[in-house]
Design a protein around this ligand. Structure first.
Ligand SMILES: [Zn+2]
Length: 327
């Protein structure tokens, strides 16, 4: 019961306090990839902690043993002991429902979001095969359109699409910046991060942390792609490209695509004007450690007592046999 309460309290505390803290952190825009990892680690650890709390209620802690027979016997005895009382049985059933509901809802929403995105992209690729034409020199698809847009479709048959209006608005350097931005999305599989965070937010819409994680992931992948583009060219060229694409009207981007320009373009342009200030090595290491700790902590809380409960033997038979003299 204690383990379940600790895990559940940890999940609630993170869900309530961690999101606002991370959203207000000033370093986030300087290291968008690390921030994306932190948002995802937070979401995963909140889900895992809540599910493990249910598991801890359902299955009592037993002493881990190298002897499989002894371990199984301890498990059976502990389960029999817990489920012998009505209160223990109710707690166990509640925990099982909680753990299974979280697991099933998460997997269902993830699978549905992934299938929907793949289907929408496949449809859009079919349309592009009919109405688009390839630019052999740069390897993207040109789409005749009066509105300015550049976007990519991730997946195995990935595409980068630039409309004719965008081509007219961009000079050579800006076009290279836009293509570098889109290829960063494709190379780093930002679509997976977006699909995951959006699916979790859909699965549990009441949890603000998940909604914030989805919104921040959508914003941060754009910052990360801008940073990669500035490695290929200079920051002002990327800012100019964003302005050129965004100021000529941005059409609705197909589902599952990621566009240059669009919402947040003004803030991104402002961010690109001063010189880049990446995080120092100590701050980056601390951030990576935070991701690792967030992911490991629920497992340690659940597994720790089982691994260290050498004095707490829940199997009466086993303790009797252990204390009996050898013959
Ligand atoms: Zn983008």
């Amino acid at each position: 019961m204690t383990v379940a309460l600790v895990l559940f309290g940890y999940a609630v505390a993170l869900a309530v306090f961690a999101g606002p803290l991370l959203r207000r952190a000033r370093w986030v825009d300087r290291a968008p990839r690390l921030a994306i990892a932190l948002w995802h680690a937070l979401s995963v650890t909140v889900l895992a902690s809540a599910a493990m709390a249910g598991l801890a209620l359902t299955v009592p802690t037993v002493q881990v043993s190298g002897d499989l027979a002894a371990l199984l016997r301890a498990c059976v005895m502990a389960l029999r002991e817990q489920y012998a009382s009505p209160g223990g049985a109710a707690a166990g059933a509640t925990g099982a429902v909680l753990a299974l509901a979280i697991l099933a809802r998460t997997l269902w929403c993830l699978a549905r979001a992934a299938l929907r995105a793949a289907r929408d992209r496949a449809r859009h690729r079919q349309v592009l095969d009919i109405v688009g034409r390839p630019d052999r020199g740069h390897g993207f698809t040109i789409l005749d359109c009066a509105e300015s847009a550049a976007y990519c479709l991730p997946g195995r048959q990935r595409r980068t699409v630039v409309t004719t209006a965008a081509l007219q608005a961009l000079d050579g350097g800006q076009l290279a910046a836009v293509l570098a931005h889109e290829r960063a999305h494709l190379a780093e599989r930002h679509d997976l991060a977006l699909t995951f965070s959006a699916a979790i937010a859909t699965a549990f819409p009441a949890v603000k942390l998940f909604r914030d994680a989805a919104a921040e992931t959508a914003r941060l992948v754009e910052l990360r792609a801008d940073d990669v583009a500035t490695d290929r060219t200079d920051r002002l060229t990327v800012a100019g490209a964003l302005l050129a694409v965004a100021s000529h009207g941005t059409p609705a981007v197909p589902v599952g695509a990621m566009a240059a320009g669009g919402a947040g373009a003004a803030a991104r342009v402002r961010r690109l004007i001063p010189p880049r200030r990446p995080l120092g090595r100590a701050q980056a290491t601390a951030g990576s450690l935070a991701v690792a700790v967030l992911l490991a902590l629920p497992v340690l809380v659940l597994g720790g007592p089982a691994a260290t409960a050498s004095q707490h033997n829940l199997c009466p038979d086993a303790s009797v046999s252990a204390s009996a003299p050898m013959q």
